[in-house]
Design a protein around this ligand. Structure first.
Ligand SMILES: *[C@@H]1O[C@H](CO)[C@@H](O)[C@H](O)[C@H]1NC(C)=O
Ligand SMILES: *[C@@H]1O[C@H](CO)[C@@H](O)[C@H](O)[C@H]1NC(C)=O
Length: 244
């Protein structure tokens, strides 16, 4: 027997009559560079460094409710313990289209609720912000804000200071990622729910003389960096960010 395409009329009749499944399965992003857009966000599977290990990863948009994005990434990665394999993340689209100079930003309010489960995980949960000297030049600085360093995951470089903010003590690291200088703020304890402002982190770098406030904020991404682990499921139940 062959299935005939269901017409909309038929579907209307049948949903009213039978208990058809109502949940449409969202696209799974399993390819190295797969992406999907929703609202103000672009969700990336971003398995940029997958050749450093063996494994797999699929990322999925779960929905957008009241402008709060829900998404998840399921992965297992084996291989070198000290290399990040991927960065599944949600990027804020309006900023990428129209970068803003740090001096002209008044706040970067965000909200992020997330959870992790899995076996023998070494991973982090982090924002990745990128700046450059102009709106279209090569990226110069990468600023990470780690809400969690799980299983001993560590940032690039060496600790250069601390930053007290929002009741948390953040350790500040300075390092390099090939062509970008990387500043990483590492929360002293895991923060699974946070409603805050990301601008003070950037302002701290400006005040400390690490970056100029003439730099353009080009991207804000929020995601996780798996090193190794198995049966991992990273779940973001609510995420929003804006740049004002
Ligand atoms: C390093 O570089 C890659 C490729 O440019 C990038 O995607 C990644 O986020 C960078 N950062 C760190 C801390 O590894
Ligand atoms: C996110 O966390 C906040 C603070 O705990 C809570 O009020 C809110 O209901 C959470 N939202 C979701 C969708 O998990």
């Amino acid at each position: 027997m062959k299935w005939a395409p269901i017409t909309s009329t038929l579907l209307l009749v049948s949903t009213a009559t039978f208990a058809l499944p109502t949940t449409k399965r969202a696209t799974e992003l399993c390819g190295q560079w797969d992406t999907e857009e929703i609202g103000d966000y672009i969700v990336y599977n971003n398995a940029w460094n997958q050749d450093k290990g063996t494994g797999s990863q699929c990322t999925q948009i779960k929905g957008l409710n009241n402008n709060e994005l829900a998404w998840s990434s399921a992965w297992s990665w084996d291989g070198t313990k000290y290399d990040v394999k991927t960065y599944p993340n949600a990027k804020y689209k309006p900023l990428a289209a129209k970068p803003k100079q740090l001096s002209s930003i008044s706040s970067i309010p965000f909200k992020w609720n997330w959870s992790y489960k899995g076996d023998n995980l070494i991973t982090d949960v982090a924002f990745d912000l990128w700046t450059a000297p102009s709106a279209d030049s090569d990226l110069e600085f990468e600023i990470m804000i780690w809400l969690a360093a799980i299983g001993g995951a560590g940032p690039l470089g060496n600790q250069v200071g601390t930053f007290e903010y929002g009741g948390t003590n953040w350790k500040l690291y300075e390092g390099s990622n090939g062509s970008q200088k990387v500043y990483s703020f590492i929360a002293g304890n895991t923060i699974e729910k946070l409603s805050s402002d990301a601008l003070p982190f950037l302002q701290h770098l400006v005040k400390s003389g690490y970056i100029a406030d003439s730099q353009y904020l080009r991207d804000i991404q929020a995601g996780t960096e798996p090193f190794i682990g198995s049966n991992a499921v990273f779940e973001t139940t609510a995420y929003t960010v804006t740049v004002k």
